[in-house]
Design a protein around this ligand. Structure first.
Ligand SMILES: Cc1ncc(COP(=O)(O)O)c(C=O)c1O
Length: 454
């Protein structure tokens, strides 16, 4: 994204409706790189600054009101500030925000998670996806007493060193199709080139080869069941996940499912339930808290034996499972994300997805949409991608990016300003709001086709 420039007219238009954001940006960059606190929030020529969010909407400081499909990159599964979560936080804040000792609601929240992931018998809370991924990988290494992990090329799992290998890879760095180069990100020690084995998503043959060569040294494979970072939305094809699971089990390699985005999103039991999987370790974050910072690592009872006081791994953190986020998450799971809540969310997602399919057909565009219930992406290419390289090789990035800003002008944030994010539908997006968005997508795509962008 950083080197991309929108069409000149689009930039002028952007500037004309975001003058207060521009002022804030100039002030922010005096003492904050890029005026943002997460690299993915920066955009050219400057980010818009938010004033507030409510339900399906977000307002910027210039008073523009947008229909939001970024939804905290999936965290806001019931929209901005749903009343159940607000109420839970308000009640809790009067009774203490940090105990640093255990309390009963933590037990109840864990029991809710066990209901959704019955194969897992232990959970620990942490604060972010990054942290939980770190714990998951360390636990897997200690449990197996092995050092290598397998990861998917182009997959994003947050900021922990080993998963920063081959996170986003330029074509000149790729290497072979069946043996991608391990490429370390800036700041990541070089030895991870040895410790991290990289494969392409949906490629079971090269996974098999890597396992037959290094199997004895591999602790775990970490993967997002559906790729939802860098590439929009890539689904597992030909029973890929079940085949991976079988292969890993046969070779004593743990399966770490990164359900940071798929958890709660693909249904009551996340991707694990949706695809009928039996992972050893699951990482949850985002939609678990519905907008507050909480994550969880779930593991089998055997694996829980390595965690202190059962075992050697000291899984700790001042804010882990703090009362505020536990109260919010408990309200989220028990009052919002009930089985009925999930059914409703799925229906909304299917309503939206099929309407976008109709638009693509109506305008005869050579692009497509991939989605499962309330999450998906419009792919600016002619076939469903199987992996990161398919996207990099075939995307019409010009059309993809310009479509973002044209929708922005129509006050629809279909995805974040960075490349490769899905859209997220929340329980706050009712059919009227979806209809309004669908109409605007139709208008934007018609305009982009007329101008030769798509
Ligand atoms: C699949 C996946 N794993 C891990 C992370 C890291 O989570 P966090 O940003 O909470 O550290 C993300 C964040 O987008 C993610 O999408």
């Amino acid at each position: 994204m950083s080197s991309f420039r929108y069409a000149e007219e689009s930039i002028s238009m952007y500037k004309s409706i975001t003058s207060k954001s521009s002022k804030l940006y100039r002030r922010a960059v005096e003492a904050n790189p890029g005026g943002v606190h997460s690299g993915f929030r920066w955009m050219h020529p400057y980010p818009f600054y938010v004033r507030k969010g409510s339900g399906p909407y977000i307002w910027d400081v210039d008073g523009n009101k947008y229909i939001d499909f970024i939804m905290g990159y999936g965290a806001l599964i019931a929209g901005h500030s749903p009343k159940e979560i607000v109420e839970a936080i308000k009640n809790q804040v009067e009774e203490g925000t940090l105990y640093t000792m255990p309390f009963e609601l933590q037990i109840e929240l864990v029991e809710e998670l066990v209901k959704r992931y019955p194969m897992l018998k232990g959970f620990r809370f942490s604060n972010t996806g990054t942290e939980a991924i770190m714990h998951a990988i360390k636990i897997a290494k200690i449990y197996t007493n092995k050092n290598k992990i397998i990861k998917i090329e182009g997959s994003y799992h947050g900021g922990y060193d080993p998963v920063k290998v081959s996170e986003f890879v330029r074509p000149d760095q790729w290497g072979d199709e069946d043996r991608p180069n391990p490429v370390v990100s800036p700041g990541v020690p070089d030895f991870y080139r040895e410790d991290v084995l990289v494969v392409q998503y949906n490629d079971i043959d090269s996974l098999e080869k890597i396992i037959s060569k290094y199997g004895d040294d591999i602790a775990a494979m970490i993967l997002e069941p559906v790729m939802m970072n860098n590439v929009g939305f890539i689904e597992p094809l030909d029973n890929y996940l079940r085949k991976v699971e079988k292969l890993l089990k046969r070779n004593g390699i743990l399966m770490i499912l990164d359900e940071v985005k798929t958890g709660f999103r693909l249904g009551y039991g996340g991707a694990t339930e949706y695809y009928g999987l039996n992972p050893d370790i699951v990482v949850l974050a985002k939609a678990l808290g519905g907008g507050v910072p909480i994550s969880a690592v779930g593991f089998t009872s055997e694996i829980s034996q390595v965690i202190y006081p059962n075992g050697r791994y000291v899984f700790s953190g001042t804010y882990n499972g703090n009362p505020l986020v536990v109260a919010a998450s408990y309200a989220n799971l028990t009052r919002i994300l009930t089985k009925e809540g999930h059914r409703r969310l799925f229906k909304l997602g299917e309503y939206f997805g099929s309407a976008v399919e109709d638009i693509i057909e109506d305008l005869n565009l050579g692009i497509l949409i991939s989605y499962i219930g309330p999450v998906g992406a419009i792919h600016f290419m002619g076939f469903k991608p199987r992996n990161f390289r398919d996207v990099m090789r075939n995307y019409n990035f010009r059309g993809y990016r310009e479509s973002w800003i044209r929708l922005f002008f129509r006050k629809v944030l279909l995805r974040g300003p960075i490349d490769g994010e899905p859209y997220f539908i929340s329980l706050a997006h009712d059919t009227d709001i979806l209809d309004e968005s669908i109409e605007k997508i139709h208008d934007s795509f018609r305009e982009l086709r007329r101008e030769g962008y798509i």
